[in-house]
Write a protein that binds this ligand. Sequence first.
Ligand code: GLA
Length: 725
Amino acid sequence: MAIHFDEASRVFYLHSKGCTYAFGINSLGMPEHIYFGSPVGEDLSFGKYSQTGRSHVAIRTDETGKAYDLSAMPQEFHTPYGGDFHTPSLVLSYANGSRRSDFTYTGFEILEHKPALKGLPALREGQTLAVFFAAKGVKLTLSYTVSEKAAAIARSMKIENLGSTPVRVEKAHSFAFTLPNLAWKAVYLTGASGAETHWQQTSLDRGVFTLDSKRGTTSAAMNPALAVGLPETGENQGQAYGVNLIYSGSWSISADRTSYGSVRVSGGISEFDFSWLLEPGESFQTPEAVLAYSNEGFSGLSRQFHDLYRESLIPRQFVKKPRPVIINNWEGTRFLFTLEKLKGMISRVAGTGIDTFVLDDGWFGKRDDASSGLGDWFVNEKKLGGPLKDLIDFTHGKGMRFGLWFEPEMVNKDSDLYRAHPDWVIRTPEEEPVEAREQLFLDLTREEVRSFIADTVNAVIRSHEIDYVKWDCNRDMTEGYSLALPPHRQKELMHRQVLGVYDLFQRIVEANPNVLFEGCASGGSRYDPAILYYFPQVWISDQTDAPARAKIQYGASLCYPLSSQSCHVTESPNRRAKHLTPFGARADMAHLGATGYELDATKLTDEELSRIPGQVAAYRADEDLVLEGDLYRLEAPVGGSNYFAVCLVSKDKTKGKLTVMRLQENFNEPERKLFPRGLDPQVRYYVPELDRTMAGNSWMHFGICPKFPDGDYETQVYHFRKENT
Ligand code: GLA
């Protein structure tokens, strides 16, 4: 059984594929974290952390007089006061103003099927343990879902006010666990719009290390993910733990290295400007968090996240289905396209294997720049030279499918929607709302706003043959106020807005089950597992320069499968970076995700055009590796490294692919050897690029010295094919 309660020791054992998580109920009735790591037997003891023998500590005693130092105790959630001086994960305040909660255990339930989390995306499957606690009329439920697909568990918490007076939730992190006193280092992803998911590393020393977003969206500045490892942990060896929040609003993850040396890790909705009033009878559900483990380093950890998301999170009908190969007009034309230009682009690439044309921003309302039109989801027939249907028919006539861009959560002041409903935006009563990209957030806490948007967007999709939708969100929240909420509930806005976004996603995705949705938020400002619950892929950055992209894609793969990363070939020199990057190298980088092209196709040279069919065919030949393969990161293009290198291997190990980019050509640079990983040591693989066959073992230990043509940003790709297949 994956979840088991040992009555004698009062220990819960949770066994996922490849990891065990254990905690026990101590004699105070509190849940003590015992273990998280490689699979172990059900013979663990606990309690040794409870009494530290230290002097001058606050002591709580049980009925028998046994003493506990709560600050030292690794708990499954931490409340303030009562002897606990470190970072709390749950803060409730009661009607009399008190903030101390002495929760005690009341029981548990094991559910064979994963219950849905009301209004929130979450893993779709897995046996689930619900453990109950009570204090001051509040019922607390900790939920743990195990996975048969990956070394991971999912955690969330529900708070119910069963009392007769209001309770305020001031902080409610989704999970908490404690790492023992070892020399942990943290890996995390930071950046900015256009430079998302850059890999960072630091040591977890004394103090509180916090990652967060206060922007109301996931944010490009930090991704809701934290990985930790020991000094010896590298990409492909050592123990690694990872946490990732299934959430798209303001969030925080903290690691508190206590005076006992242990590290309290917790994460969930950000405590910044958050509180939630629970009237008697009301409940609050936190988002879900994923905790993953690997003893094969950070790459191994990524494979756990990838497997879990592909098997249990991303919409099933799309996750393993070959993706469309896109031509998107945005980088080619921006807002200023004409019907002739679009038709020219479509015609130019027709028959190359590119199979879907996506019309980006600018097709609706009055929209020739970012200043107007958002919210007016009706076709601008003047700009398109006729009904949208004509362009769609034209696209179909060229043998391609059609996709369309929307940004449903937003409105420009210069729009019919804003003129009709100025009160529908998020704003404070006294101040003018701050504009970002000349647009405002619609107030999605309001049912009538959500219904209006869902109806208008659904009407456009339903009345046309649309196979693909790019759903954008181009700003962060700047106002913590909703005109629709009473003053004492204003700190609920940020989370209520996210719940509104999920409701909108659900209504539109559900109404169009055959449409493939791509998430986007000025690139990767909203790239998190919650988005992947609705949208199988995300435009992860507006930075499309291949060498810059190497950093972004490398970091993004920490948690997110390659199939969830839309990666397009764009023009060179790159629009912003001005790097001159070979056409083949741009394609090689774009083939490490859901691929496409995003440039003015009418300007493709004949030579470039003639190479596209080969590029698309190469992509299709190995698309299964992107959709289902195992990723081994070999070399990060950061910290002075001149290389990006990753290896993809099929689950059955019959094929693999090593992609390497050399960033700069350095005169007389010494040769660089790379060691592929993940191959079957005994199987003989033919590598066509080297016209050579060796055993997997030999390839992995003897390695490959890539030979690059002269010049910067060159790539080499090596394919491994099991002999005689
Ligand atoms: C954002 C997206 C781009 C494009 C524009 C359109 O910046 O990231 O890909 O869709 O919006 O306005």
